[in-house]
Design a protein around this ligand. Structure first.
Ligand code: NAD
Length: 444
């Protein structure tokens, strides 16, 4: 079976590599010529563990190809996946669907009325509820001679992979959600995900709108857990409780579960911030007040600013101080800088301190392109970054920051203060190293 995936970013590239590993012939399309030129040579544009090997292997087996020319693979493909970006439209917080509709138009242009093969258009991008239906409306207006179910069909197959463990998540998902409204669409999606049957993955078939909402409801719920534990950590600091133990204590209740209860500087990344905003906008559009999601967004926005206050309080007067920042990406094992808490924290600190030194194992290439980091000193490793600073701040919990030599850290710092926004260290080790230690939600 041949399939085409349009958009070769985090989702499109990982999905393409994994579907080809399942044995399908996959063509990944992108309009970025440089990206495609590199991908043809297995040069991967993103940092994602094990992706390079998977891409190399499947290029070699001729099951995975890359092109900028959609027409070249279109007619041989039974399914065309849309995996382009759906960022927030900053003017009104709605979802910018211009990339999606750009692709839909290209697809409609290519479908031939006399072609006997129905094309299945699958939205893998996260799109607002109702988008699949709107795509059908768009095509029937733009090219009325094309008939739904005869020339094309539309299904929703939202993606749940996490950056940093994307291949594992795609290959061993908790579930696959398919919004399909014809036997034709259901059959194709069944075939494509059949390799997961061996692992007894649940493939849940629903209507298109239900599938679209499941994606937002999942991300909304996970973001709620994060904002909730962050609020609990603030209470812990005031009352002398330990948020790690609170998280463990509530997480042992199977109705709650232990995942996504890690306090920190707030959620970021390419999905949670934009998807929570989109969910609130979907509520507004349909006249449903989404107070919980609105609060989650507000708590998270404030959280990042509160981390700046926390740093200020820990260090005192900041005017002449040098601050060392370890970790810039929104989480470890990715180079994705989109909406990372570090953007807010660094740009706020920059207004007050004398110098900011930064280091991230994978994110500095992308961070260097962002104005929030103009004027910072880029360092080659963690110790270089800590050297001569008045405080070390951990923003991202990369493994290489978890076991720094604290004796060396103390010697390198001008004043021995560590502000650990991810709770990777413990107070006892810091006391032994004679380092002043501030963490999140742990007063002891
Ligand atoms: P991305 O920005 O990494 O990649 C999008 C790609 O689409 C880019 O390479 C861009 O050049 C390409 N593109 C745009 N218009 C095109 C066109 N007309 N033709 C061909 N290529 C085109 O985005 P991403 O992070 O992979 O996200 C894609 C979608 O998946 C979004 O809706 C996102 O919300 C969703 N999603 C992302 C993740 C994640 O972890 N990144 C997880 C689940 C779902």
């Amino acid at each position: 079976m041949n399939i085409t995936i349009i958009g070769s970013g985090y989702v499109g590239l990982v999905s393409g590599a994994c579907f080809s590993e399942f044995g399908f012939n996959v063509t990944c399309v992108d309009k970025d010529e440089e990206k495609i030129k590199n991908l043809k040579k297995a040069i991967i544009p993103i940092f994602e563990p094990n992706l390079e090997d998977l891409v190399k292997k499947n290029i070699a087996s001729n099951r995975l190809t890359f092109t900028t020319d959609l027409a070249s693979s279109f007619y041989d493909s039974v399914a065309i996946f849309i995996a382009v970006g759906t960022p927030t439209n900053i003017k009104n917080n709605s979802t910018d669907l211009s990339y999606v509709y750009g692709v839909v138009k290209e697809i409609a242009d290519l479908i031939k009325v006399n072609d006997k093969n129905t094309k299945l258009i699958v939205t893998k991008s996260t799109v607002p509820v109702g988008t699949s239906k709107d795509i059908i409306k768009y095509i029937s207006k733009y090219k009325p001679e094309l008939k739904l179910y005869e020339h094309y069909d539309v299904a929703s197959n939202p993606e749940f992979l996490r950056e940093g463990s994307a291949i594992e998540d795609f290959m061993r998902p908790d579930r696959v959600i398919c919004g399909a409204e014809s036997e034709f669409a259901e059959n194709i999606l069944q075939k494509l995900y059949r390799p997961l049957n061996l692992r007894e993955t649940l493939i849940l078939f629903t209507g298109r709108e239900t599938a679209e909402l499941i994606k937002y409801a999942s991300n909304g719920f996970l973001a709620t857990k994060i904002s909730f534990i962050n609020e609990m950590s603030d209470i812990c600091e005031k009352v002398g409780a330990d948020v790690q133990k609170v998280a463990k204590g509530i997480g042992l209740d199977r109705r709650i579960g232990s995942k996504f209860l890690h306090p920190g500087p707030g959620f970021g990344g390419s999905c949670f911030p934009k998807d929570t905003r989109a969910l609130a906008e979907i509520g507004k559009k349909y006249d449903v007040r989404t107070k919980i999601i609105e609060s989650v967004i507000e708590v998270n926005d404030n959280r990042k600013l509160n981390m700046v206050v926390k740093i200020k309080n820990a260090i005192g007067g900041l005017e002449n101080k040098i601050i060392s920042i370890l970790g810039l990406t929104f989480k470890p094992n990715t180079d994705d800088m989109r909406e990372s808490p570090s953007l807010v924290i660094v740009s706020e600190l920059k207004k007050i301190v004398a110098k900011i030194k930064v280091y991230d194992p994978a994110g500095m290439g992308n961070a260097k392109k962002l104005k929030e980091f103009d004027g910072v000193e880029w360092c080659n490793n963690a110790y270089d970054c800590i050297s001569n600073a008045n405080a070390m701040v951990v923003i991202t919990e990369w493994n290489e920051f978890r076991a720094l030599d604290l004796t060396k850290v103390k010697k390198l710092l001008q004043t021995p203060i560590i502000i650990d926004l991810r709770n990777v260290y413990n107070k006892q080790d810091m006391d032994e190293a004679k380092i002043e230690y501030i963490s999140v939600g742990r007063s002891e």
